[in-house]
Design a protein around this ligand. Structure first.
Ligand code: BGC
Length: 733
């Protein structure tokens, strides 16, 4: 009988109609179980082995006893060209392919242009989860519209190591801020009925020797720092998948780690989704499967070891090295995520993208994230300037973006300078738009003397400095290419000098005392130039606050030497995180160091006044109430930060004298006042005790202060808390 593909599909879908796993009214657990029960062994095996985009060209060379011919053909014909990875679905049962795209800043597909958000660290500086959620919703919609139903997005590794080349992909140094912002991003992405992937689990806090570094850290320190950021993000964002990391943690690979995957993630946090490996992060078959890995992802080339290849897993099942129920659990977890997040009920379809509207979302995120670090004499916003010297940073071309798997192909085209991506939003062009009557002249900054001469004959000089960071290596905090000397020379020639920094994270500023105004823009995304120009000219009132501390000097770093630096890749290396959970401002507090700029710092063109707080315990959490008033002359957004301090932090078992307990951002007109109530999560008052797998609040007085930065003076309130112990195992979703 002659049967067209459309007829075949219709016949198939009518055969499937009525199958319980396709009934959206049933809970995802039930649907996953029913689908699993209908699957053959080969179908289960399909769901747990993924292919990278390179496989498209290399797969033909892979022997057929590893990947059978029909599967090869399926992968090559169904994968979204240019994306990160692919896991074949089961059309017979209506289970979709998993089409995977990086990453937290936008859809990365070498053939499809997309809208780049500001870096995740920049968005964290907004201190506004709504900004993060809106960005996530936008990039998730672009993922859908480009045929991807899985985003590899939700980077939440803490900025423990200020030089980490991927800090720009993460959300800062504090577990509460990082977890809240990453959770909101994931929530936004998944509002598009697709799966998002929190990563890189866990303690993958430096890039140097990332695939061979063994991190030694206590369970207590992990649960109070890196893992707490994951825990909070997972509660808020409920990602369908978790990506395990390249490194070893206490001697066990991230993707073969019973403690992290089975005990903490699946047992204690009740995670029902699946653990996918980072690309190339798997080292075994049975150990990885039994220690918690559910899906090998990113199989690439003939040279790759197919640890979860269909025939390899079959052999492990036959020998009993992996139990059938474990394979079933692996497949069921993948199915659960696809059902729970809507990927089965709302299959992705390619559709046109409104890049202009999405660009506005990215611009808003940048405008909420720019951090005004210094503004002596209110040099900013620029007013009545007749001439501006714009210097350096390729400000005539665009704004810098980070490298690696977050480096999206921007709509409008990337501008490559020395192999670094600049997004096409030139601050120079945008400043000219904002200041149509001023004479604005650009100098590349290549010759400091020439730049200084231009600055000397201008009303104001704006120097752009850039620091490129990327996946794969750690950066330096010292600006490259003599940019420090450039700033110093320009500042000497014109005391009215503004510095705009585009960096992945913190940088040193040896010239800080010589310049009155500094703006930290991080990597500000596809409309970053417009956001910067609008902030410099006052159309936008800066409201970002630092999500990381800026060290003043190298001797303030917890680990001045990066282990394995300069060695060939994959050289075994080891680091002991003996600072434990004392990361960032907590480390500075313990040591009594004064950073260059403190966590939470950020100025505005207006001023805010915070009332003394009142605090009460509701038996579970602490509720803190205070008011914020705009006491300046412009509308603006203030960020209030609640810090908690036990009367005696060592006696309370804390890693440091203070922790961020809550934060809130308020939009206020001049004179306007708002009452704000926030809640401090009990885990932020407690210590983790490994012996009993408990959280424990020690009885005593706890002081709560509200301020606009971690180093600001503030008034406080005290609460007395009774001793309290509870299990660290929660029920999950
Ligand atoms: C990165 C991941 C990324 C994956 C797929 C890896 O190198 O570490 O973050 O999702 O590649 O591109």
């Amino acid at each position: 009988m002659f049967c067209t593909p459309a007829l075949a599909a219709a016949a198939q879908s009518s055969a499937m109609a009525g199958q319980p796993w396709l009934n959206p009214k049933l809970p995802p657990e039930e649907r996953a179980r029913a689908a699993l029960a209908a699957m053959t062994l080969d179908e289960k095996l399909r769901l747990v082995f993924g292919y990278s985009d390179q496989a498209m060209t290399d797969l033909a060379k892979v022997p057929e006893d590893i990947v059978p011919a029909d599967l090869k053909t399926y992968v090559v014909t169904h994968q979204v060209k240019g994306s990160a990875g692919f896991v074949p679905g089961i059309p017979r049962l209506g289970i979709p392919d998993q089409t995977q795209t990086d990453a937290s800043i936008g859809v990365r597909n070498s053939f499809i242009p997309s809208t780049a958000l500001p870096s995740s660290l920049a968005t964290a500086a907004s201190f506004d989860p709504e900004v993060s959620r809106a960005g996530g919703a936008m990039i998730g919609a672009e993922a859908r519209a480009t045929g991807h139903n899985t985003m590899l997005s939700g980077g939440v590794n803490l900025a423990r190591e200020p030089r980490n080349g991927r800090n720009f992909e993460y959300t800062g140094e504090d577990p509460l801020l990082a977890g809240t912002m990453a959770g909101a991003l994931i929530d936004g992405i998944q509002s598009n009925h697709i799966v998002s992937t929190i990563k890189h689990y866990a303690v993958n806090d430096q890039e140097t020797q990332r695939t061979s570094l063994d991190v030694t850290i206590s369970a207590e320190a992990m649960r109070q720092s890196d893992l707490l950021a994951f825990e909070l993000a997972m509660e808020k964002g409920k990602p369908g998948s978790v990506m395990c990391s390249y490194n070893l943690i206490n001697g066990r690979w991230g993707c073969e780690n019973d403690y992290l995957l089975n005990k903490v993630l699946k047992h204690d946090w009740g995670f029902k989704g699946f653990v996918m490996s980072d690309w190339g992060a798997v080292h075994s078959t049975a150990d990885a499967a039994n220690d918690g890995l559910d899906q090998f992802t990113g199989f690439c080339c003939v040279t790759d070891k197919p640890w979860f290849g269909p025939n390899v897993l079959k052999a492990a099942l036959q020998s009993g090295a992996i139990a059938q129920r474990r394979l079933d659990d692996m497949a069921e977890r993948v199915l659960w995520a696809l059902f729970a997040k809507g990927a089965v009920d709302e299959p992705v379809k390619t559709a046109p993208i409104d890049y202009a509207a999405n660009g506005r979302i990215s611009q808003k995120a940048a405008e909420e994230s720019l951090v005004l670090l210094k503004n002596d004499g209110d040099l900013l916003p620029l007013r009545n300037v007749k001439s501006v010297a714009v210097i350096g940073g390729n400000a005539d071309k665009g704004v810098l973006a980070g490298g690696g798997s977050s480096d999206v192909t921007p709509v409008g085209g990337a501008i490559m300078v020395k192999d670094h991506t600049y997004l096409p939003s030139a601050p120079l062009t945008e400043l000219k738009r904002e200041l149509p009557r001023a004479r604005i002249t650009y100098d590349t900054g290549a010759d400091a003397a020439a730049a200084a001469a231009l600055a000397a004959k201008s009303d104001v000089a704006v120097v752009f400095v850039t620091q490129h960071d990327s996946e794969g290596y750690d950066g330096s905090l010292t600006l490259a290419d003599n940019q420090d000397a450039l700033v110093a020379a320009v500042a000497k020639a014109n005391p009215r000098t503004v510095v705009v920094i585009e960096s992945g994270g913190a940088v040193y500023m040896p010239w800080l005392d010589q310049v009155p105004a500094v703006v930290e823009a991080f990597y500000p995304g596809i409309r970053g130039g417009a956001a910067i120009a609008r902030a410099l000219t006052g159309k936008v009132n800066p409201s970002g606050h630092l999500p990381i501390s800026f060290p003043a000097t190298p001797d303030q770093l917890a680990h001045p030497d990066l282990p394995g630096l300069g060695q060939p890749n994959e050289t075994p290396a080891q680091i002991t995180y003996d600072e434990g959970a004392a990361i960032g401002y907590k480390w500075y507090d313990v040591k009594g160091y004064r950073p260059l700029f403190a966590f939470g710092h950020g100025l505005s063109y207006t001023r805010f006044a915070l009332s003394p707080p009142t605090a009460r315990s509701d038996g579970r959490a602490i509720r803190v109430t205070f008011s914020m008033r705009n006491v300046g002359k412009r509308a603006g957004k203030g960020v209030a930060q609640v810090y908690v301090a036990p009367a005696e932090w060592k006696k309370a078992g804390w890693e440091a004298p203070r922790r961020l307990g809550a934060f809130a951002k308020a939009d206020l007109k001049p004179g306007q006042i708002k009452t704000i109530e926030v809640t401090v999560d009990p885990r932020l008052l407690a210590t983790y005790e490994a012996a009993g797998n408990n959280w424990h609040i020690r009885a005593g007085d706890y002081r709560l202060t509200v301020s606009e930065a971690s180093d600001a003076q503030s008034q406080g309130a005290s609460v007395n808390l009774p001793d309290k112990v509870w299990s660290a195992a929660t029920s999950g979703e």
